[in-house]
Design a protein around this ligand. Sequence first.
Ligand SMILES: [Mn+2]
Length: 464
Amino acid sequence: MFTPKTYRRRREALVKLMAGEGGLVLLPANGEAPANYPDNCYRFRQDSTFLYFTGIDRPGYYALVDLDQGCETLLGDDPTMNDIIWTGPQPSTADHAMKAGIEQACPVAQLETLVARAVASGRRVHYLPPYRAGMTLKIAALLGIAPGAVHGGASVALALAVVALRSVKEPREVERIERACATGYRMHTTAMRMCRPGVGEREIMGAIEGIALQEGAGVAFPSIVSQHGETLHNLSCDDRLTEGRMLLVDAGAEEAMHYCCDFTRTTPVGGRFNTMQREIYDIVLGANDLGRRLAAPEMLYRDIHLAAATHIAEGLVALGLVKGDPREAVEAGAHALFMPHGLGHMMGLDVHEMENIGEKYVGYDRETARSERLGLASLRLGRRLQQGMTMTIEPGIYFIPALIQKWRAEGICRDFIDFDRVERYVGLGGIRIEDNILITAEGCRLLGERLPATVEQVEEMAGQ
Ligand SMILES: [Mn+2]
């Protein structure tokens, strides 16, 4: 945990940003989530906004911030004798409140009374849209509304205030993210060294997820460890590595306080790229480099995405896969055949930072909105960048047989794509190169030590 002062200051900033709103802010912790019977739960993961404002990494708590009176309450139940027998001595609610810099602590049973009193006197209860069914039901019961009305009743003012605060990282948060990056470095270099014919994808997954568990709170999301890199979120990993293919690993760790990293590397099995792979790899790497050169305060991330897409189109024109003017090809959305995803996303306490709060407020803003246009429709982040933001840059090129077939059959972008030539690349799979950056005063810098990235660096690491 950070100091109580840190959490108090963050909540004071929240109250300031919500000046004029009035009412109560309800910040719920996550509860335990049963996997297959009530006592066998998934790994506990705290709600990131609750973590940000309190630092408390335990289930079942609620923080209430009174915007009118400026007082704060932590609600939680003290451990019972039974809890102590099974799970050992635990801090009391008052202990947690003290560490979070919250003055009042009381049992959860009082939540209903406090909220009911606010509702009865016509005061607004601000909450973020819940993402677990149990919390939706809880909020419905507390406010006396139908579960179906909970999402729509979430507070826009609270969403905007939380996004404003969490988007800009404090130096102490950057330091934590870089700890996660150090673990990510070890995960990815381990995967590269294991990338030999005959090794199971699952062996590599087990090895790298083990590193995440040894060094911190485990993985930030289920690892992608696959020779089928063209399947963007491929979670199956039952194949054995074969010479001539490439292994795509998209994996990240959470450090002890749950700050994340999120890296992707693509390594040739056996440690040597063939010519076809190397040509495509270098285009993706060039797009990654370009993204980092352009990322700076006031830049629209959407424009960086389009610049990276144009770089990819230029590279593919040189190889004869794309025809015509690269800029016009990108305007028509032709790059989406090869990169059907966005260039990146914010990252912090969530690997997709604040995705639960609503993309409209997180990835976009008053000035920008997600476009329906081909080649932009999957972009999670489009808004203007600010100093202190942390995000990924993750261009890729993929050869997805079903998508190529569909585009060919429907004649999509046929003026810009040489389908005969593209089909020769089916079987190559997919390449993605993902780094994590911090927006600085002048531009951006990498978070953590750079993982092997050039063809030479990857081949050297894979050859070890
Ligand atoms: Mn990512």
